[in-house]
Design a binder for this molecule. Structure first.
Ligand code: AMP
Length: 179
């Protein structure tokens, strides 16, 4: 059974621990490990994300390294969908597609095996937190460069004041909880 949206938002609220000044001063880090360690809450969140995948007609679930993997793999397995890891640069044997994006200081890059993708596949892009949106946008651009279509981006938590949603250029966003 899929719990209702309010119940899921409450589970995300209860399961995420805010750690001030981690990994650097000024960051309010949202730690998902308490949620993962609560079997019932984890199952409910995976069920809710699986329902999102079903609703948007996803054929595949792309998880963003590393916490996106922890959500995307069980969702894909539960729904009988392909799982694609979107990895940090240099971890995935080639051939890979790569997207660089700006961080507060410097740049980062993510990579995807483009040869896993069949043209026109609909993909749910999953991560734990949407902050400034650069990571999710880069993941979406990779999926699209590979010839697939972003059905939606889904996250446990959207940090709305950081404006990440605007970075998604109109791609649908589902946040189980918005703060
Ligand atoms: P951004 O590209 O700014 O949207 O950052 C999103 C990525 O960084 C996601 O993969 C998150 O896991 C991570 N992230 C950014 N800000 C936070 C935060 N405050 N707490 C936890 N993870 C975060």
């Amino acid at each position: 059974m899929v719990p209702d949206a309010e119940a899921v938002a409450a589970l995300v609220d209860a399961g995420l621990r805010t750690v001030p000044d981690f990994p650097r001063p000024g960051v309010q880090f949202k730690d998902i490990t308490p949620l993962l360690a609560d079997a019932a809450a984890f199952a409910a969140v995976v069920a809710a994300l699986g329902e999102v995948a079903r609703r948007v007609g996803a054929d595949a679930v792309a998880g963003v390294e590393a916490r996106g993997f922890m959500l995307a793999a069980p969702v894909a397995e539960r729904c009988g969908l392909a799982f694609w890891p979107v990895r940090k640069a240099g971890k995935l044997p080639g051939p890979v597609l790569r997207r660089e994006y700006a961080l507060e200081y410097g740049t980062a890059a993510v990579e995807l095996r483009g040869d896993l993708v069949r043209p026109g596949q609909r993909v749910l892009v999953l991560d734990d937190v949407l902050a400034t949106g650069g990571t999710a946008r880069a993941a979406c651009e990779l999926v699209e460069e590979a010839g697939a279509q972003v059905a939606a981006v889904a996250v446990l938590l959207e940090l709305a004041e950081l404006g990440g949603r605007a970075q998604l250029g109109g791609r649908p966003l589902v946040a189980l909880r918005t703060a």
